[in-house]
Design a protein around this ligand. Structure first.
Ligand SMILES: [Zn+2]
Length: 89
């Protein structure tokens, strides 16, 4: 059984940033800025932002706490901001 965040985010059919189509087996990753699923080229662009290091550090600091209620699986959810995943994983 998939967790709620996985149903909502990991199987998104388009990149939230550039609207590129994402197939089930395409790798995607969560943005540390808005927690939306984005494609890996958008993640590359995101990583080049000057405040990326700060934002990602803050994100991981609060992620575990904040998402426990929302998603029930803070470990998996927070982890996927830094490691690409696919819909059927
Ligand atoms: Zn994209």
């Amino acid at each position: 059984m998939k967790d709620q965040w996985e149903r909502e985010l990991s199987c998104a059919i388009t990149c939230h940033r550039c609207n590129k189509q994402l197939a089930v087996k395409d790798r995607r990753i969560l943005s540390v800025y808005d927690h939306q699923p984005i494609c890996l080229s958008c993640k590359d662009a995101e990583e080049k932002k000057p405040d990326y290091a700060d934002v990602s550090k803050r994100m991981i600091g609060t992620c575990m706490m904040e998402t426990e209620v929302m998603y029930g699986d803070p470990g998996g959810y927070c982890y996927h901001h830094f490691y690409p995943f696919t819909c059927d994983e």
